[in-house]
Design a protein around this ligand. Structure first.
Ligand code: NAD
Length: 260
């Protein structure tokens, strides 16, 4: 079980990362929250999480665009909590542009944050997991780790890369009681997505229900958003002992998107 284990969730001050942290803490896991800011509000988020669930929690600032910072996040966690049992690579950004006009700095940032950060945190976490004789690595990829959409060259390339990294790491650790999997969500209703709905309603002259069903969820057959809570539940399951034989998998959670 996840009780009294230590988990790191990268990019976890909002959206999916925060939901995953919440779910792991609810299972009795000690949690390290992370983002690239260092505001009192970030640390308050960790205190509130700890108080709500009766676990230890901390906020550790680390910019996932910077390799040394990715590795330092893992070492700082091991120093403060005595180990790293669960690693959830969730930090991610997006930029949308035609490939011939795609800004090089956005390409580099997306590859660094969405893909390379996972390489660095995984590399740093493995020795700690091997020492404990148990570990769980969950990478939050995307349906775009399995399918493409136009104008998302960097995001799609990075998320496909995460799926490849996941498979390779799983094979290398198959004999160490450490699993590595990718979750591939479709459209998830995060605060960021929620905030786009009023604009989309205006642009398309549609009511909320229609814009969600016909525009935003056009490729998601259930026409229903995945929820942050559902992703949290899936991560918790992958971290449980019942999931010991699930490794190297890219697991869709997409309302049927990738069945098409
Ligand atoms: P979000 O913007 O709500 O949260 C992203 C988090 O990452 C924030 O806490 C942010 O502070 C942090 N972050 C951004 N840049 C960082 C950096 N350089 N260093 C450290 N932290 C950084 O986004 P979200 O929708 O919750 O997405 C989380 C993950 O899920 C991403 O990898 C995203 O690609 C993936 N995903 C999202 C959806 C969706 O529909 N929302 C679907 C599939 C996959």
């Amino acid at each position: 079980s996840t009780a009294s284990k230590t988990a790191i969730v990268t990019g976890s001050t909002s959206g999916i990362g925060l939901g995953v942290a919440e779910a792991l803490a609810a299972g009795g896991c000690n949690v390290v929250l992370n983002a690239f800011t260092d505001d009192p509000a970030d640390h308050a988020l960790a205190s509130a999480l700890a108080a709500r669930h009766g676990v230890e929690a901390a906020y550790v600032c680390a910019d996932m665009a910077v390799p040394e910072a990715c590795r330092a996040l893992v070492e700082e966690t091991a120093r403060r909590f005595g180990g790293v049992d669960i690693l959830v690579n969730n930090a991610g950004i997006q930029h949308v542009a035609p490939v011939e006009a795609f800004p090089t700095d956005r390409w580099n940032a997306i590859l660094a944050i969405n893909l390379s950060s996972a390489f660095h945190t995984i590399a740093a976490a493995i020795p700690h997991m091997k020492r404990a004789g148990w570990g769980r690595i969950v990478n939050i990829a995307s349906a775009h780790g399995l399918r493409a959409s136009p104008f998302k060259a960097a995001y799609v390339a990075a998320k496909h890369g995460v799926v490849g990294l996941t498979k390779t790491v799983a094979l290398e650790l198959a004999d160490d009681r450490i699993t590595c999997n990718a979750i591939c969500p479709g459209y998830v209703l995060t605060p960021l997505v929620e905030a786009q709905i009023p604009d989309q309603m205006k642009v398309h002259g549609m009511d909320r229900d229609t814009v969600v069903r016909e525009v935003m969820l056009a490729r998601q057959p259930t026409r229903t958003f995945v929820t942050v809570d559902e992703v949290g539940g899936f991560v918790t399951f992958l971290c449980s002992d019942h999931a010991a034989q699930i490794t190297g998998a890219a697991l869709p959670m997409d309302g049927g998107w990738t069945a098409q």
